[in-house]
Design a protein around this ligand. Structure first.
Ligand SMILES: *Cc1c(COP(=O)(O)O)cnc(C)c1O
Length: 389
């Protein structure tokens, strides 16, 4: 057991370089703090990185989800399917628009929504009973969107891919083509977050990607109050240079120039960060094979490793043991359907047994690009010591 004293080790943290600081300072000294040239530049570069037609920068991932639900026309009475093993926002966006959330249980090997169970559910109801599907690339493991698309086409659903955990992640489709998370080939819309623990960190920030021009235009409108100055869209005769119209009830969900400047420099290191995450995952995998009592979630070639999740019988014991050593592991997630808010809407503990069993044993170990090999070894040694391996 190593006796080195380490700084506290969180489960995730941002990595800010001098280039990041410079980019923000330059923007502070420019003419634009919000809605300047950095917004469009970040959108364009992000779209290129993901391999998608359109990208819309917004104030955070939750705003991204809200605008997606609005753009797809979610309304009271509509039903939308999502997973319980996600951050609450994946489900909440449906509620913002008055829709109803239907949680479907997970595949215990991956903790992703079980698309087989989604199919069973869809087959029990007439077409049109459900409106949409919000799959989540949980921990950075891409959902098989080819299968999801098939369901969506068969049952008339739209898809919002919550790709907050998976920028740069991908899976191989049945034709052997690489499908990058958020590339717009299979989902109608995809969303990302730039919260500090995510791959690209801007403090607050988010992005929506799509290949659908109709949705793209709607998102631009909704992002700024539903207001347009676009001559082609104006209904009434133009009354002068000041003229604009509020055509829909939108929001102020803009991402400021300063943060887009930070996003641009962060994005330049995205591949490097992703490579380091994958290396850390391989090192954890190697360390935990043959450790009885520790079961990592399944990996995959295109995994983006936002999280590295293990499952352990005495999860609470391990969590406390690591904390005493300044290792701040975390639990992702408390199943959303068990939150008091969703219980008030009729969901109960026991409704989704596989998600609840997963929650009872899951723990996310430190996973971020600036985690050093020595720090990781300290984490590994501590976990091993706890299980007596
Ligand atoms: C972080 C996250 C969000 C919300 O993003 P914010 O930028 O924090 O609003 C939504 N879904 C998932 C899966 C997330 O991890």
């Amino acid at each position: 057991m190593s006796t080195t004293v380490f700084r506290p080790i969180p489960y995730g943290r941002q990595h800010i370089t001098e280039a990041d600081v410079q980019a923000v300072v330059e923007t502070l000294q420019s003419d634009f703090l919000t809605q300047g040239p950095k917004v469009a530049e970040f959108e364009q570069r992000f779209a290129e990185y993901i391999g998608v037609e359109y990208a819309v920068a917004v104030s955070n991932g939750t705003a991204a989800l809200h605008l997606c639900a609005m753009a797809l026309g979610v309304q009271p009475g509509q039903r939308v399917i999502t997973t319980p093993i996600t951050f609450a926002a994946s489900a909440n966006c449906v509620r913002y628009c008055g829709g109803e959330v239907h949680f479907v249980d997970i595949d215990p090997a991956t903790a992703l929504i079980d698309l087989g169970k989604v199919r069973q559910l869809l087959e029990q109801h007439p077409k049109g009973y459900f409106s949409g599907l919000i799959p989540v690339d949980f921990a950075g493991l891409p959902v098989n969107l080819e299968q999801a698309r098939q369901l969506a086409d068969e049952f008339g659903l739209w898809i919002i891919e919550d790709a907050c955990h998976a920028p740069g992640g991908s899976f191989l489709d049945s034709q052997g083509r690489e499908q990058r998370c958020g590339n717009g080939q299979l989902a109608d819309l995809a969303i990302f977050s730039f919260h500090p623990v995510k791959h690209i960190a801007t403090g607050e920030g988010g992005m929506i990607t799509t290949n659908r021009r109709d949705l793209y235009e709607q998102l631009l409108l909704l992002r700024t109050h539903g207001i347009t100055r676009d001559a082609a869209r104006l209904g009434l005769p133009d009354e002068g240079g000041w003229y604009y119209e509020m055509q829909e009830l939108g929001y102020n969900y803009r991402m400021p120039d300063m943060l887009c400047a930070l996003g641009i420099t962060q994005l330049q290191r995205a591949d490097e960060g992703l490579e380091r995450r994958r290396q850390l995952a391989r090192q954890y995998d190697a360390a935990f094979t043959e450790v009885p009592g520790i079961t990592p979630l399944a990996g995959a070639a295109g995994h983006a490793y936002h999280l590295y999740v293990i499952q352990v019988e005495d999860r609470r014991g391990l969590y406390d043991f690591l904390r005493a050593r300044q290792i701040f592991a975390q639990v992702h997630y408390i199943p959303v359907h068990t939150m008091p808010y969703y219980q008030q809407l009729g969901w109960q503990r026991g409704d989704l047994p596989l998600a609840e069993a997963y929650y009872a044993r899951c723990l996310s170990l430190p996973m971020f690009p600036s985690l050093s090999d020595e720090e990781q070894q300290y984490v590994i040694d501590s976990v091993r010591e706890f299980v007596g391996a």
